[in-house]
Design a protein around this ligand. Structure first.
Ligand code: NAG
Ligand code: NAG
Ligand code: NAG
Length: 920
């Protein structure tokens, strides 16, 4: 919304808000605002239409008008926001200030009316009607799909499709790496994967990395990218090579030479395997090369690049081939239908047009998946499909051509509804190859006003999540890491997509990037600034010191040389300094003047304290001070009535003022100490909480349970403490003082972790598979567990990660509990502690389980091996890894060794040959 229409979307909402009775504005002010609103509604509608048309198809005059109107809307919003600051402030706006406000707004409006271009707008409208009509036909469709979309499936889905056609390449590459070693074992083995963007070079390198990494002493997978920071690259590499030794490497100030020496020293006489992804320049390789000693045998280096000259120079060129037509079809059909076989039932005409489309894609997987995601939304008829085909242009088929790819990606972009286009464009604020944390991204969207309102009882954040999922589903962004609950925790944008949105966003003055590379600056007014490793002599820097109109500053550089002073950022909405070193130097002195601030990201900045003036930021929604030196928050934080997200380390002690933050939706970590526990009822107004992580240093009690009972929107509840996880018996004194057994969580619960602080007497009755449909992570302690309880847990439809402690003391369960075939359908990880008798797995139980961890006493292990049923590990079809803690109390060393042998045998008969780790 924002991209096409500047700030008009949110501006109109704010004007409507001002008209709302509660502000008691003078009558003529109201009338004037109504007038403004009507005028702006027209502009809004016209801009929406303009946004439907790719810029190159717009008449110059329209483009200029649209640009000016957008810029203007930003200025107007700043004026309205400043007025709102007054309205919300201690002194209600006086007649004079109201009048000034109206005058300013009207003054701005006349500028916009000077451009009279009604006719051209009509013209565009005509052309857009077609597009809009087409969109309308699918609108219902799109919305209903979004509602039911399951990100977990998406993630798995993306994984499976990625490898089509890559197996062959992977085998070739493995051969190449092995063969080279045979010929001259003394040599360093280098393979340089080269090919067009979007062919899957990185995916291939990753697959080879996964396959081989266990055979080497040390490994690293590091990305260089287009505007490399060689120091950061070397630090990343050292960190990857040995996370323990180089855990703090990023905060050291070593120069390139020293880092190279470090790396050489570390790698000397080790068999190492390093992947260097995305090299753009020979000169970069020349530096990197020095850090990799080549005087020892058995090392391997794999690089990827798009540039053939670079690959030749590195040596060991491996040309990445496009997918064959056959594999292209497999990939396309799988994307459209969910499995490749359905393609066989396409009628002749559809098969023909899909082959034609595939020729345009030239075997580039990125293009194929993007188009496939788009076709999946269309009706299965040839008219629709030909329309897609024609829109991406005819001619130039089977040609690996940048312009071709751009057309395909650009078509997918314009197929997005405008709200999603804005969200996608925002990715241009992130540097290339950046790993983007999903929750940070969505909170930024919210703070930027891209998600103007709540929908159907969903919070803005949740609406943002559904936007995110839709972009993933359309293959415009890609999942990177999946968390234990099956959610995409980190994502990234492909370079090709990034190039496209960067050019669009720079043309519309959406984001201005300050980096080593030159990007054309469309306007002298900077609205959003992304500081990426800018050098002091950058042409933009003269201007960056004072930027009165900047609304967002997101910094990715480790230094703040390029940072404008806070004093000058009068209308700032977003300030994200995550990861910058603020331990000394940069001052937050003027923070309190940033009245419009919505988002303050200070995580991992080592900043020593938060200024008192933070309390002035009455619109602040997000505050993250994780990974800092801050040990206490100023009391003024209690005044942040709109704060929705607060993240602090457990050592930050808050007291009962936290109960004043009634807008909070996510709070971690809340340290509940004795003093806060005594007045824990003051938290009773925090009923909007969706995510809560409590760190308990006080005794569990019933007041806490009362508080928890009030959280009717809670999705993730974790209560943890310092206590080491008890692997044997639970502490009796903690049980049932304050009864969580009687609590009934809301049905939307996704994650519950009380394993180290509370013992349920038995599996609570609310643990009901037809009630807790979303529960995906469960970590609990239960005193007694019966067969029917295992059956119930096994039917929880979304459960992916289970940690279960049974407190067996004096209640030895004599019967082995059975896990039935097909039960725990989604479970991926399972940890079981305190079971005297291990579970008995029937054939096909826990079909998705990859990791199993359990405790067993040595004596029992031998018994089980001899008795019927054995361990039954071979019945878990997907098992990859088993971690076993063997108890040795009261038995000899030999007995323990024997138990280990028995366990080894149990895993050896498994067809996956899972990795077994035994701890005693
Ligand atoms: C994504 O959207 C398509 C088309 O709307 C839908 O059929 C599909 O189930 C979704 N895919 C996934 C994996 O979520
Ligand atoms: C490839 O790299 C070489 C050497 O760094 C450079 O001169 C050339 O411009 C690059 N080619 C492209 C297409 O970027
Ligand atoms: C919290 O809110 C109460 C009631 O509005 C107020 O009296 C109190 O001063 C507030 N606490 C802080 C620390 O601002």
């Amino acid at each position: 919304m924002e991209f096409a229409t500047g700030a008009l979307g949110t501006l109109l909402l704010k004007l409507a808000q001002l008209l709302h009775g509660e502000y008691r504005l003078q009558k003529n002010v109201r009338k004037n605002i109504e007038f403004l609103k009507k005028e702006l509604e027209f502009t809004h509608a016209a801009l929406l239409n303009v946004g439907e048309v790719p810029p190159e198809q717009l008449k110059e005059v329209v483009r200029i008008w649209a640009r000016d109107a957008r810029e203007l809307s930003y200025d107007m919003e700043d004026v309205v926001d400043s007025f709102l600051v007054r309205v919300h402030g201690p002194d209600p706006p006086s007649k004079r200030s109201s009048k000034r406000f109206i005058q300013k707004m009207k003054g701005l409006l006349t500028i916009s009316k000077r451009h009279q271009i009604g006719e051209q707008i009509e013209d565009i409208k005509q052309r857009v009607v077609e597009v809009a009509a087409r969109r309308d036909r699918y609108k219902v469709d799109i919305i209903s799909r979004v509602a039911t979309l399951d990100p977990r499936v998406t993630a798995l889905y993306a994984k499976a499709t990625e490898l089509i056609g890559l197996n062959e390449a992977r085998e070739e590459l493995l051969m190449l790496l092995a063969k080279k070693g045979d010929m001259s074992a003394e040599q360093q083995r280098i393979v340089s994967i080269v090919g067009f963007g979007g062919l899957g070079k990185t995916t291939l390198a990753k697959a080879v990395f996964e396959e081989l990494k266990l055979q080497f002493d040390c490994t690293a997978f590091v990305t260089v990218s287009r505007s490399p920071d060689i120091k950061k690259f070397l630090k990343d590499m050292l960190y990857e090579l040995d996370r323990q030794k180089y855990g703090n490497i990023h905060s050291t100030s070593l120069d390139v030479k020293h880092l190279i020496d470090q790396a050489r020293g570390f790698l000397q006489n080790k068999r190492y395997f390093v992947i260097i992804d995305d090299i753009w320049d020979i000169s970069n390789w020349e530096i990197i090369k020095y850090s990799l000693p080549d005087d020892n045998s058995g090392c391997s280096i794999v690089t990827t690049t798009r540039n053939f000259t670079v690959a030749k120079h590195i040596g060991g060129e491996y040309k990445m081939r496009p997918l064959s037509l056959e594999n292209s079809r497999l990939l396309l059909y799988r994307r459209i239908f969910g499995d490749e076989d359905s393609g066989k039932y396409l009628d002749k005409e559809l098969a023909e047009v899909s082959d034609r489309i595939l020729k345009k894609c030239a075997g580039v997987p990125l293009a194929i998946t993007t188009i496939g995601s788009l076709l999946a939304r269309k009706a299965r008829n040839k008219v629709e499909w030909y329309e897609v085909y024609n829109s991406i242009g005819t001619g130039m088929e089977n040609n690996l051509d940048a312009e071709n790819m751009r057309k395909i990606l650009s078509y997918s972009y314009y197929d997005l509804p405008s709200r999603l286009r804005t969200c996608l464009l925002y990715f241009s604020i992130f540097p290339e190859d950046c790993e983007i944390e999903t929750s940070r991204l969505i909170r930024l969207w919210v703070a930027e006003g891209f998600i103007p309102c709540e929908e159907q009882g969903k919070s803005q954040f949740e609406v943002g999540e559904s936007h995110f999922n839709e972009l993933i589903n359309r293959s415009l962004i890609q999942p990177l890491y999946i968390d234990d609950g099956g959610k995409i925790f980190c994502c990234h944008v492909h370079d090709m997509v990034l190039d496209l949105i960067r050019s669009l966003s720079s043309a519309e003055n959406f984001v201005t990037i300050l980096s080593d590379m030159d990007y054309k600056v469309a306007s002298t007014t900077i609205r959003r600034l992304s500081v990426q490793n800018g050098k002091v002599d950058h042409p933009l820097t003269q201007g960056t010191r004072s930027m009165p109109q900047v609304r967002s500053v997101v910094v990715f550089a480790s230094t703040l040389d390029q940072m404008p002073t806070l004093q000058s950022l009068k209308v700032l909405r977003v300030l994200d300094l995550q990861g910058c070193d603020l331990s000394h130097g940069y001052s937050l002195k003027y923070l309190g003047n940033l009245f419009h601030l919505r988002y303050l990201g200070l995580s991992d900045t080592s900043i020593p304290e938060l200024p008192e003036e933070v309390g002035n930021l009455q619109f602040l929604e997000s505050l993250n001070v994780w990974g800092t030196e801050i040990s206490c928050l100023p009391l003024t934080v209690a005044q942040l009535k709109k704060l929705m997200y607060l993240r602090v380390q457990p050592r930050v002690r808050v007291s009962n003022w936290i109960g004043n933050l009634t807008s909070l939706e996510a709070l971690s970590v809340l340290h509940i100490h004795d003093e806060l526990m005594n007045t824990v009822e003051v938290l009773g107004l925090l009923t909007k909480l969706r995510v809560l992580h409590i760190w308990l240093s006080s005794e569990w009690n019933d007041k806490l349970v009362d508080f928890i009972g009030k959280l009717r929107k809670i999705k993730s509840l974790r209560i943890t403490s310092w206590d080491k996880l008890r692997t044997t018996s639970a502490d009796e004194s903690r049980c049932n003082i304050g009864d969580l057994d009687a609590w009934v969580p809301p049905g939307c619960l996704r994650r519950l972790d009380t394993i180290s602080v509370y013992t349920f007497a038995r599996l609570p009755v609310w643990m009901n598979p037809s009630y807790l449909l979303d529960l995906s992570q469960l970590s609990i302690t239960v005193r007694e567990l019966q067969q029917k309880d295992i059956d119930i847990l096994g039917r929880l439809p979304a459960l992916r990660c289970l940690s279960l402690v049974v407190d067996h003391e004096d209640r030895e369960i004599h019967r082995r509990l059975v896990v039935a075939a097909g039960s725990f359908p989604c479970l991926v990880r399972c940890n079981l502690w305190g079971f005297v008798q291990p579970l008995m797995f029937r054939q096909g139980a826990m079909p998705s389980l990859t990791l199993l961890q359990f405790t067993i006493h040595a004596r029992k292990a031998r018994e089980i091996a001899g008795g019927d049923g054995g361990f039954g590990l071979e019945n878990l079809p997907s098992l990859q890894k088993a971690l076993v803690n063997v108890g040795s109390e009261g038995v000899s060393k030999e007995d323990v060794e024997e138990a280990k042998v028995v366990l080894k045998q149990a895993t050896e008969i498994h067809h996956n040959h899972p990795i077994l780790r035994i701890f005693d």
